[in-house]
Design a protein around this ligand. Structure first.
Ligand SMILES: Nc1ncnc2c1ncn2[C@@H]1O[C@H](COP(=O)(O)OP(=O)(O)OP(=O)(O)O)[C@@H](O)[C@H]1O
Ligand SMILES: O=P(O)(O)OC[C@@]1(O)O[C@H](CO)[C@@H](O)[C@@H]1O
Length: 313
């Protein structure tokens, strides 16, 4: 069983427009709502592939009820900690050329009692789990050391932890020694404090995370695929697809990696297939088995260290 933790979930509202007019009236031609937040997305992707998964989520208000209702059709054991504040709504505006403009709310204040209840809900069901996945931002009111503390507590149960977060919480979480960390390019740059332009730069930044305390680094590079770097080596893979909406692709990548229990290159190949499939789907839809195109995944026999990265804004 895999346990995911989402301290700051969301309802992901995706609005399609014909043209985005800044300062003007934008009429939507279609909308969709997905249950969101990184840990929730990892759980959705795993459940769609038959993996036994529990999602522990702090979810208050009627938006929290809606979030749980949206998850009802998927085989996830949802453990809801009824937080005081309502679940946020994150909006993506999509233009016909697939440009996505995303607005993430900070989320409602999570008070000390809620944060403690969330940690207790994680710990009470973590023993014997294959992984605990801590993913997404921290909501207002929660100390940046919260994830680091949770990693240490879960680690003391002998359960490996993966973390995917951002800002000061990411650096502190890495120092707590998670088995795996999944940064994207922006998160790598903010953690090491300098720009990254090539795959070689990604490897150097990943080395800094390994030195800080991470067991392995799965760096997601958008259209450039992903680099897996550990103390005993590295591998690189990518899959060219026509992207429709990349929101949640990093969560699908991570879920794919975890679904291959053995790690290493086979897990990276699965991860990239799941990430590319998510990027080619609308909204923050997670891929199902029939969406996957493993035939598109290219594994580099030699990592192209000097290759310059495509960058999203
Ligand atoms: N345009 C694309 N073409 C092909 N594959 C893509 C594209 N965008 C993303 N991917 C795949 O999805 C993975 C995750 O993408 P990315 O690095 O953008 O994640 P992320 O920033 O963590 O996303 P999110 O936070 O929205 O989940 C990449 O490693 C890659 O395998
Ligand atoms: O604000 P955070 O917690 O960093 O990210 C939240 C979020 O952007 O991440 C998911 C995609 O990875 C979305 O479902 C959600 O809207």
């Amino acid at each position: 069983m895999i346990v995911t933790v989402t301290a700051n979930p969301s309802l992901d509202r995706t609005v399609q427009v014909r043209k985005l007019v800044r300062g003007g009236l934008n009429r939507a031609s279609s909308i969709r709502v997905d249950p969101g937040g990184k840990g929730i997305n990892v759980a959705r992707a795993l459940a769609l592939h038959g993996v036994d998964v529990r999602a522990v989520v702090a979810a208050g208000g009627i938006e929290g009820e809606q979030l749980v209702a949206l998850l009802a059709g998927i085989s996830i054991d949802v453990v809801r900690v009824p937080a005081v504040g309502p679940v946020r709504i994150n909006m993506s505006v999509v233009e016909p050329d697939a440009t996505v403009t995303k607005f993430n709310e900070p989320g409602a204040l999570l008070d000390d009692g809620d944060a403690r209840a969330l940690a207790e809900a994680v710990l009470s069901g973590a023993e014997g789990a294959h992984w605990v996945v801590i993913a997404g931002s921290l909501p207002p009111g929660v100390d940046s050391a919260y994830y680091a503390g949770l990693i240490r507590m879960v680690g003391s149960l002998g359960v490996p932890v993966v973390v995917d977060t951002s800002g000061p919480a990411l650096r502190e979480a890495v120092q707590a020694g998670p088995a795996l960390v999944k940064p994207n390019l922006r998160e790598l740059e903010e953690t090491v404090g300098h720009p990254i332009t090539t795959i070689g730069d990604v490897a150097d930044a990943a080395d800094e995370l390994l030195e800080l305390g991470a067991g392995t680094v799965l760096a997601s590079l958008g259209a450039d695929g992903a680099l897996l770097r550990g103390h005993d080596g590295n591998c690189y893979a990518e899959a060219p697809v026509t992207a429709q909406n990349t929101v949640g692709a990093g969560d699908a990548l991570l879920a794919g990696y975890l679904s291959e229990g053995c790690g290493g290159l086979p897990a990276l190949v699965t991860a990239v297939a799941w990430g590319a499939a998510a990027a080619s789907l609308p909204g923050s839809a997670m891929p199902q088995p029939h969406d996957l195109r493993p035939d598109l995944v290219r594994v580099a026999s030699r990592v192209p260290w000097d290759r310059r990265l495509h960058r999203d804004p």
